[in-house]
Write a protein that binds this ligand. Structure first.
Ligand SMILES: [Zn+2]
Ligand SMILES: [Zn+2]
Length: 263
């Protein structure tokens, strides 16, 4: 669904002077710019999975970083197995553009530099006191899929991505400051006439399920994002009430450009 007022799924996490972009859905660099983050300033791109809505703007992130960096600035890309093939295919599709720019700009002599690392779980980042751990989630038949926990100086945030409740996410999120979770309103999606829409019911968490995960994991704050169907103005209290029925902590509705401070 294309929502004229909402960009695709992406979250920026800043910690210890580092900036992580988690997923890169539609319009990510426009929203990032509004949040004061440019492609050249991203420390690493983390991908929860390779569903198109989470990676549509990968080409934009790669090329914009390339042309806006004034020196070598390789982009670390961390994702599940399959990420390397997607990145290589994206670079192949950008082949003409890359050749034009190298031919035209005297100071651009190399194609975009990326370093891809694929993981299924475990520690994926440890630099200047920022540590990132990945764990598998359950978004089958999409697999493998990852959630990430980013930690710095006692503060922590977990990015769940698209998943149904699972023990591996509960463990990763245990005691975190915040859990950012994609959610659908199952009560509304169930009533939609198109089976293709109802297909999403079996591999996403409802608001209540995401709140249940937050409660089991004992997080402080639950941030709901990637709403399906779109959250209409005036419905905010309904969404909050569904979460509050399962989770007693702070609930934030992750509208575009919402900022949440942790720790
Ligand atoms: Zn997905
Ligand atoms: Zn999604």
């Amino acid at each position: 669904m294309v929502d004229p007022n909402r960009a695709g799924p992406s979250t920026v996490v800043t910690a210890g002077g580092q900036t992580f972009l988690v997923d890169c859905g539609r319009g990510v660099l426009m929203r990032a710019a509004a949040a004061g983050v440019g492609a050249a300033g991203v420390t690493a791109l983390l991908l929860t999975h390779l569903h198109s809505d989470h990676i549509t703007d990968l080409a934009d992130v790669i090329t914009t970083r390339w042309v806006s960096s004034m020196g070598p600035n390789p982009l670390p890309i961390i994702g599940p197995p399959g990420t390397r093939a997607v990145v290589e295919a994206t670079l192949a599709a950008l082949g003409p553009d890359i050749s034009y720019r190298i031919a035209h700009h005297a100071d651009i002599t190399e194609p975009p530099a990326v370093t891809v690392r694929e993981y299924t779980d475990g520690q994926v980042w440890d630099s200047d006191e920022v540590r990132i751990t990945a764990a598998p989630t359950d978004h089958r038949p999409v697999e493998p899929t990852l959630a990430f926990r980013i930690e710095h100086g006692g503060a922590s945030v977990v990015l769940a991505g698209d998943t149904v409740p699972c023990a591996t996410l509960d463990d990763l999120a245990r005691g975190a400051g915040a859990l950012v979770h994609t959610v659908i309103r199952k009560d509304l999606v169930e009533q939609m006439p198109a089976q293709r829409i109802r297909d999403i019911l079996d591999y996403h968490s409802s608001v209540e399920q995401a709140a249940g995960t937050a409660a089991r994991a004992g997080v402080d704050t639950l941030v709901l994002t990637h709403y399906v169907p779109p959250l209409m103005p005036g419905q905010e209290d309904q969404w909050r009430a569904l979460a509050a029925a399962e989770f007693a902590g702070r609930v934030e509705l992750g509208d575009d450009l919402l900022r949440v401070r942790i720790g």
